[in-house]
Design a protein around this ligand. Structure first.
Ligand SMILES: Nc1ncnc2c1ncn2[C@@H]1O[C@H](COP(=O)(O)OP(=O)(O)O)[C@@H](O)[C@H]1O
Ligand SMILES: [Mg+2]
Length: 269
């Protein structure tokens, strides 16, 4: 049975969310972009941080045109190179084409920096940067690589909550238990304020039996599954291709509605 004490407490305000799962292809990037876009459209000044070397989130928001000098790699790089004056984290936050929505774009170059950042114990630097950004933004969403590496650990150390997207296939449960244990360990060792805000069931197919069964079992086992399931729809791919979050591409579509309800569930808890 899962320790409920370490799950989210009602009424605690969450500002910095990290979407994390060691499995790829579950919807981390899709959810980061779309939840953040809804947040921004609701009038909250919202920042996205792209910590994945694949930079899918940055590509989705046409942010790869932003200079490498303003990328997440440059922000990390100044932690291991000598600078008379370090640029504050807010300098790296660039506007997207959508109102209220900002991004620190991702960069493949963080791959090369990882071992040096790690060996020089820079694991709390992202937390410091995030702390300094709290006064500038209402919400921050962090996209992570599909691995517990230096960057995803840095994000979990600096965030208020973790959202775990799952695709609803048979392997969804595998790894979830160990993932949860790892997050609890991070709570204990580095960030006592971190909560597991919820498991987001993505690519849910209501007409197939297995997804429903898998989700029911997770709930029975005590996992905090968010009550709104995100359906599988080709609109998501269209949204990526047209580089337009669903709230703007298809505001009335059932996928957008589900994302909106998921957003609301997070914000009203
Ligand atoms: N609800 C959904 N319906 C249909 N396709 C989806 C949905 N969510 C994600 N996808 C697709 O699944 C793939 C993986 O999603 P992505 O967000 O990149 O996952 P991750 O960041 O976890 O690797 C992408 O091609 C994306 O378009
Ligand atoms: Mg991704």
């Amino acid at each position: 049975m899962i320790s409920q004490a370490k799950l989210r407490q009602a009424g605690v305000k969450i500002m910095i969310r990290v979407l994390f799962n060691k499995k790829g292809g579950v919807g981390k990037s899709s959810l980061v972009v779309n939840l953040a876009a809804i947040s921004a459209a609701q009038g909250l000044k919202t920042l996205i941080l792209d910590l994945d070397t694949q930079c899918n989130t940055s590509a989705y928001l046409s942010a790869l045109a932003i200079s490498e000098e303003d990328s997440i790699a440059a922000l990390f790089e100044q932690q291991i190179t000598f600078h008379l004056r370090k640029r504050p984290a807010i300098d790296y936050c660039q506007p997207t084409q959508f109102d209220n929505l900002y991004i620190i774009r991702g960069s493949e170059r963080i791959k090369e920096l990882e071992s040096e950042l790690d060996s020089r114990h820079k694991i709390y630097k992202l937390r410091d940067a995030l702390e300094s950004l709290r006064e500038h933004f209402d919400r921050i969403y962090i996209d992570t690589p599909p691995a517990l590496n230096f960057y995803s650990l840095s994000a979990l150390i600096g965030a208020d909550s973790c959202l775990i997207p799952i695709d609803c296939d048979d392997f969804a449960r595998q790894g979830l238990y160990s993932l949860q244990q790892q997050i609890f360990e991070i709570q204990e060792d580095h960030n006592e304020n971190l909560t597991i805000e919820g498991i987001v069931a993505n690519q849910y197919m209501s007409n197939a039996k297995l997804p429903g069964k898998i989700i029911d079992e997770l709930i029975a086992e005590g996992y905090p599954v968010i009550a709104e399931y995100i359906p599988q729809s080709v609109k998501m791919r269209e949204s990526h291709q047209s580089k337009t979050p669903l709230i703007y591409l298809a505001p009335k579509h059932k996928l957008t509605e589900a994302l909106f309800n998921c957003y609301r569930a997070l914000e009203t808890n």
